[in-house]
Design a protein around this ligand. Structure first.
Ligand code: FAQ
Length: 311
């Protein structure tokens, strides 16, 4: 019977149909999805911190309202993604426990500090830009609940990206000091943004199997290249330079050549050694502990409602 189910699953993948929560799936497929979706959800939630850092210091009420809405959207993305993970038989409290104890990852990008308000614009432009390139193909992922969650998330991320670009355009038409802030933020976020796509294909243990399962649709290097090609003209329009002397158009390939990111730095950040890893996880842990009374109250309320329903 197991073999029959396996055949049915493989057939579904081959025909590019969606796998749904109640369908039989190989345990490796389930585990890969839980790993990737949880990491993605954690990234959205931890990703609120670097931007949250500027909420009280936004330069105008308009910028504050925009930033508040963006950070709130990220909370929403985290919640849909935890819900998608829950359809695979795990629960959010278990996943949060793994995040705060360092047993599950979140994106390396959120371990870098936001030093000036220009960082808010550059996060929208580069970090949301990279997130979109990575996530649009995930709207076609073979697992239904994940693919469907990605559709709305991608729409909101596009909005976030434009918000960042517009902010930077405004700063670039300001003073020399403002333009220098944008350049400095671009220099600091460029390489970490390239690292968001994951290790080079040769060092990516999960890509091949995830592509066979129709979870990933492109390799890490393919998406990184796509991001570079898309971003260079945007940098030109903005009037900033990208901090890579190896970045040149290759007419033979029809793509930009670019230098290797510092993969030793990437591995260090993944192991907890980035500039903000300790602070990010500590903050998440204390927020979770401070919220315990809310969860208890909600559970007590739900139990009371259920008891009333029975009576
Ligand atoms: N950071 O074999 P692969 C956002 C890990 S966007 C940390 O290539 P895979 C929006 C990887 O997990 C950011 N860890 O792995 C936002 C694996 O470790 P494991 C979130 C990384 O899964 C914007 C190991 O390295 N987006 O939040 C990273 O096939 C602005 C080997 O790598 C997603 O999560 C990294 N950069 O490919 C919010 C997208 N790269 O688990 C706020 C969904 C790799 O075996 C503000 N995820 N690792 O211990 C994916 O597409 C994939 O999981 C990849 C990695 C492409 C990230």
């Amino acid at each position: 019977a197991e073999r029959e189910l396996q055949g049915h699953f493989e057939d579904k993948i081959a025909r590019d149909q969606r796998v749904e929560p109640r369908d039989w799936m190989p345990s490796g497929y389930r585990e890969t999805l839980v790993r990737q979706i949880a990491q993605h959800a954690h990234s959205e939630i931890i990703g609120m911190q670097p931007e949250g850092n500027w909420l009280t210091r936004a330069p105008s009420l308009r910028r504050k309202a925009i930033l508040l809405a963006k950070v709130q959207d990220e909370a929403g993305h985290g919640l849909y993604l935890y819900s998608a993970a829950e359809t695979l038989g795990v629960d959010r409290s278990e996943l949060t426990g793994k995040l705060v104890s360092g047993r599950q990852k979140y994106s390396s990008i959120f371990n870098y500090p936001t030093l000036t308000f220009a960082d808010i614009g550059v996060i929208g432009w580069l970090v949301d830009g990279a997130a979109i390139v990575n996530q649009v193909p995930l709207c076609r992922a073979s697992y239904g609940p994940y693919a469907r969650a990605m559709i709305r998330i991608c729409k909101e991320e596009s909005f976030h990206q434009r918000q960042g670009y517009e902010l930077l355009m405004t700063m670039m038409s300001g003073t020399a000091k403002q333009r220098a802030m944008v350049q400095d933020a671009t220099d600091r976020w460029w390489w970490p943004s390239l690292m968001m796509f994951g290790p080079p294909d040769g060092d990516s243990p999960n890509t091949r199997q995830s592509m066979e399962w129709g979870i990933k649709r492109h390799t890490n290097d393919e998406l990184r290249q796509k991001f570079v090609d898309m971003t260079v003209p945007q940098a030109e329009a903005l009037g900033v330079s990208l901090p890579d002397s190896g970045l040149v158009w290759n007419s033979e390939r029809g793509h930009y050549d670019f230098s290797e990111p510092d993969w030793a730095e990437f591995r260090r950040v993944l192991k907890g050694g980035g500039p903000c890893n300790t602070q990010r996880v500590e903050r998440r842990r204390s927020a979770h502990e401070d919220g315990a009374w809310v969860r208890e109250a909600a559970a007590a309320h739900a139990a009371k409602q259920a008891a009333r329903g029975e009576a």
